[in-house]
Design a protein around this ligand. Structure first.
Ligand code: FAD
Length: 484
């Protein structure tokens, strides 16, 4: 397979062989779940046998392509998931049979969801899964992929090359990708809390719980809602009197052992929030999108609770001092409690714009802006012409009704669309678990009893409700373990 490679590319292939594999190893147990959960639009599945010498020689070629698409350091993340299945493992025999694997290596291409519970037969005319018939070297495999998706990726691409699509004007069409960033930012925020052992007092404990409650009820990702609900149910045991144990020991007795959005997140990269440089955008962008996506999901009666939860969360757990202080200042300026969800949605939006406005000046004078994503007052006219009543160089007169409708759609159905598509993949609608039942009860303040004490300081009504819900949950906890 490598006979056509130049000495230079042979060297690169050898270097790649020395590095950790980038292609994801699949087997009977994880095949469906990995392909179902991947944010990538396409998947390549290589069926091989570890005893096959040609497969061993092919591996560096395959890895050279996989390095472009897989893992935290991917050059073009989230586009193609490169995987492999070892058919020489007895446990994978049925899986390989389902795809009629007739020789090694045999490569398939298709949307990841089509592989889930999927199969391939040589004589079937119409199939969403294609055999890659020209992938014998890294160059040829990448050419084949480029032809399929109309891209022009190169094996020597460096990070952020070739990203013509990146822009903060066209993001209306890209926003659905942000569902993965919202998960990523949630998990990263949680990891930062763990790393800093940031739950230090009754105040931070109460703040943590309020935020987790908000996530359990309104996070757009079901697995993050589920993870948040699990943390709430177990909070008393994980953090007795607010003293949390943070280690990741593999059991289920520490906060560190409760991955809030499931064990595969954080993935280590952002998609919608990906900057055009290594150190721009990412987490803080994901955090804004999380906050906007929460704001459009709450009901009128929860608007002030959501406001408090978000303000306290940023103040206690967003470890960027300047950001925290400025944001807290804007929170303190709110004197009248929110009664309408609409007002809260617009408050988050205008607060974000105030930050944008300030950063526009700072970044211009310091030259620190991401060249592809300069700060703008948002949404720009291109995205929402109706949001503008009038505008000139100095000011904008907004049509708040249209801004509200735009935000509701952008951070509601638009952002959720990809997630919904994924969750009904494989032709099977996911069954609603006990946790789902628990989290849809939006006004039900799901608070552990110890935590309730802290919250009761702020509101007696919360405390009383908390006790009631704690009792309910203790009962549900066991059902929940049985059913998930
Ligand atoms: C609470 C908070 C406070 C921060 N304070 C500071 C600070 O004081 N100093 C500092 O240097 N950085 C601060 N940051 C980081 C900064 O705001 C940006 O997140 C970061 O610079 C990355 O910018 P970005 O280009 O990815 O766009 P971001 O501003 O992160 O926005 C992400 C996406 O949200 C959308 N968007 C933009 N504006 C709005 C809006 N008004 N309403 C709805 N959607 C919008 C756009 O699609 C945009 O791409 C803060 C971040 C957070 C979460």
């Amino acid at each position: 397979a490598s006979s056509s490679s130049s000495p230079g590319s042979r060297l690169i292939l050898r270097e790649i062989a020395d590095q950790k594999d980038k292609a994801v190893e699949l087997n009977t147990t994880n095949f469906d779940s990995v392909l179902k959960d991947t944010p990538a639009k396409y998947a390549v599945v290589e069926f091989f046998a570890h005893w096959c010498p040609a497969c061993r020689n092919y591996k560096p070629h395959y890895e050279k392509v996989a390095r472009l698409f897989n893992g935290p350091d991917a050059i073009h993340p989230g586009i193609v998931l490169m995987t492999r299945v070892d058919c020489a493992m007895k446990t994978n025999t049925k899986l390989c049979d389902k795809f009629s694997v007739s020789h090694y290596p045999m490569l398939f291409w298709g949307p990841p969801t089509k592989f889930v519970s999927g199969s391939w037969e040589p004589k079937k005319d119409k199939s969403d899964i294609l055999v890659i018939d020209d992938g014998r070297t890294a160059d040829r495999l990448l050419n084949w992929i480029n032809k399929q998706i109309g891209s022009s990726y190169g094996l020597d691409d460096q990070k952020f090359e070739n990203e013509h699509a990146l822009s903060n004007i066209t993001d209306y069409n890209q926003i659905s990708q942000a569902v993965y960033d919202v998960e990523e930012a949630t998990a990263e925020a949680f990891d930062i809390i763990l790393a800093h052992k940031a739950i230090k007092s009754s105040e931070t404990s109460a703040s943590f719980i309020r935020f987790i409650q908000l996530l359990a009820a309104h996070h757009l990702s079901r697995r993050c809602r589920k993870g948040a609900a699990e943390i709430l149910v177990n909070y008393d045991d994980l953090c007795p009197s607010g003293n949390c144990s943070y280690e990741k020991s593999g059991g289920n007795d520490t906060l560190g052992n409760f991955p809030i959005c499931g064990k595969d997140v954080p993935r280590g990269y952002y998609m919608f929030c990906r900057g055009s440089k290594n150190d721009t955008r990412g987490f803080s962008c994901g955090l804004w999108v999380l906050m906007h996506s929460l704001s459009v999901r709450i009901e009128d009666g929860e608007s002030h609770f959501a406001f408090t939860a978000i303000c306290d969360f940023v103040n206690n757990f967003f470890m960027c001092d300047e950001c925290r202080l400025h944001f807290n200042d804007m929170c303190l300026r709110v004197k009248t409690p929110f009664k309408k969800a609409r007002d809260f949605v617009l408050w988050v939006w205008s607060t974000h714009n105030k930050v944008n406005e300030r950063l526009m000046k700072d970044e211009a004078s310091l030259g620190t802006a991401d060249p592809k994503f300069p700060k703008i007052i948002w949404p720009p006219k291109e995205l929402c012409p109706l949001c503008y009543l009038s505008s000139n160089q100095k000011s904008i007169e907004w049509d708040h009704n249209h801004v509200y409708m735009f935000l509701k759609n952008n951070y509601g159905p638009k952002l959720n669309s990809l997630y919904k598509e994924k969750s009904v993949s494989g032709g099977k609608e996911e069954t609603v678990s006990a946790t789902e039942d628990l989290t849809v009860a939006t006004n039900a303040l799901v608070v552990p009893i110890g935590a309730a004490l802290a919250i009761a300081i702020a509101s007696c009504a919360f405390g009383a409700l908390a006790c009631y819900w704690r009792t309910q949950q203790k009962n549900r906890k066991y059902y929940f373990h049985l059913s998930t």
